[in-house]
Design a protein around this ligand. Structure first.
Ligand code: NIG
Ligand code: FE
Length: 409
């Protein structure tokens, strides 16, 4: 079993998050975990492990915990500009919607992002990405959505891909051209959706820049009918589907996206039971974003109990963005998911591993420690996995393993 391995961790406690293991955290104690190439090859109790005749590098975990690498399944980490002034205005009483209606908010980031080159976008994103990686992120989703024209949207995705080439992290990209209405189309939302469907999506696909589309379905953004047109274009081009829905009001966006087989719908504070049913039927993940809930001082909680009842998989992500969640810490998002949304630490951790992988359409290869899966793992100096959701600001990572390679950020 371990004969073909390149590397074997011995004496490890393993939080596998394996769907076939019903123990809490999918935990297995005192294990050997072997990787061959970029895949997990074998996992067995130490009592069944014999090192003789094995050429692999042996790493003694000394009772530490292995978990799957953390996956941040919703970020907007490529952008230019700064929204600290808007933060000040909100502290004086202005709401996110008011600022957005007055041309601030997303559009102020659009202005700065359009003016930046791809290299500049990469350079600005580096400290954000590095902060995530230091805390154990091995996969990250990055959206466009601050370009809102053909060239600038593609440039954001090019920057995202460049980050994935430069750093030991898997980058999934989502084309979020339908994020806000650009000023050039102020009175012509349908015309802008034409541009998104007929030009921006095909160009992104031709360059291999997008894995999925995303939309912002909201009164201050796009209607369900407009979002539906984007989903249809995505289907035509073989892209995954994701959506920002039910963040500030109930537009029935989750049910719509689920009908199109969405990988994930995100935010969900206003989600109703019909939407949850549609998600359960389609296998759509509910991605919870406690950072945005916290930063916008929302009071309406996502319907966690109903999501549990309908067995909808829940993911947890940072939503790292300049306006509603300037949060470059998935560990803090884990804690917020527990303190603000009352997820259990096990649910929160499943939300940044197994379920986050599903939200990226990668559930079959990522997010669990079991043979055949990508060997993305973290070795933590902890006594119990719940510590990862309990404490923040302290970083107990001992090793970061991506595609079977041990490395630092
Ligand atoms: O996920 N909801 C819409 N988009 C972002 C916020 C973007 C911004 O304010 O710049 C979000 O919260
Ligand atoms: Fe977002």
């Amino acid at each position: 079993m371990f004969r073909n391995c390149d590397r074997v961790w011995i004496n490890a406690n393993v939080a596998t998050f394996d769907t076939d293991n019903s123990a809490a955290y999918g935990a297995l104690s005192h294990q050997a975990v072997g990787v061959a190439g970029d895949r997990i090859q074998a996992i067995a109790p130490m009592t069944a492990f014999d090192a003789s005749g094995i050429a692999a590098e042996i790493i003694d975990a000394q009772g530490r915990w292995l978990t799957p690498g953390l996956i941040d399944a919703h970020t907007h980490l490529v952008f230019a500009g700064n929204r600290a002034r808007e933060f000040e205005l909100r502290l004086q009483g202005a709401s996110y919607e008011e600022i957005s209606r007055q041309g601030g908010g997303i559009l102020s980031t659009v202005k700065a992002t359009r003016a930046a080159s791809v290299d500049k976008l990469v350079a600005l994103a580096v400290p954000r990405l590095e902060a995530l990686l230091r805390e154990g992120v091995t996969s990250v989703e990055i959206k466009s959505g601050y370009g809102l024209d053909l060239v600038s949207e593609l440039n954001m995705l090019r920057a995202a891909r460049a980050l994935g080439e430069r750093y030991p992290v898997r980058v999934s990209t989502s084309l979020l051209a339908a994020h806000a209405l650009p000023p050039e189309f102020a009175d012509d939302a349908e015309g802008y959706i034409d541009l998104v469907c007929n030009e921006i999506i095909p160009a992104a696909v031709a360059e291999g820049l997008a894995d999925a589309v995303d939309v912002f379905c909201e009164t201050i953004a796009f209607s369900p009918a407009q979002c539906e047109r984007v989903f249809q274009a995505a289907q035509t081009h073989g892209l995954g589907i994701r959506a920002h829905v039910e963040q500030l009001s109930d537009q029935q966006g989750a049910a719509l996206a689920a009908r199109y087989g969405a990988w994930s719908v995100d935010h969900l504070e206003w989600l109703d039971e019909a939407g949850i049913q549609a998600m359960a039927e389609a296998g759509t993940v509910a991605t919870l974003l406690p950072g945005a809930f916290y930063f916008l001082r929302e009071t309406r909680l996502p319907p966690i109990d109903l999501l549990r009842q309908h067995r909808v998989p829940m993911a947890v992500a940072t939503d790292l963005n300049p306006g509603s969640s300037p949060l470059a810490s998935l560990r803090l998002a884990l804690n917020m998911a527990c303190t603000l949304f009352r997820l259990t630490p096990e649910e929160a951790l499943a939300g940044v591993t197994r379920n986050a992988a599903r939200a990226l359409g990668l559930g079959h290869t990522l997010g669990q420690i079991k043979p055949g899966m990508q060997a993305d793992m973290l070795l933590w100096d902890i006594e119990h996995p719940a510590e990862l959701a309990y404490q923040f600001g302290v970083n107990p990572i001992k090793q970061r393993i991506v595609g079977g390679e041990v490395g630092n950020v």
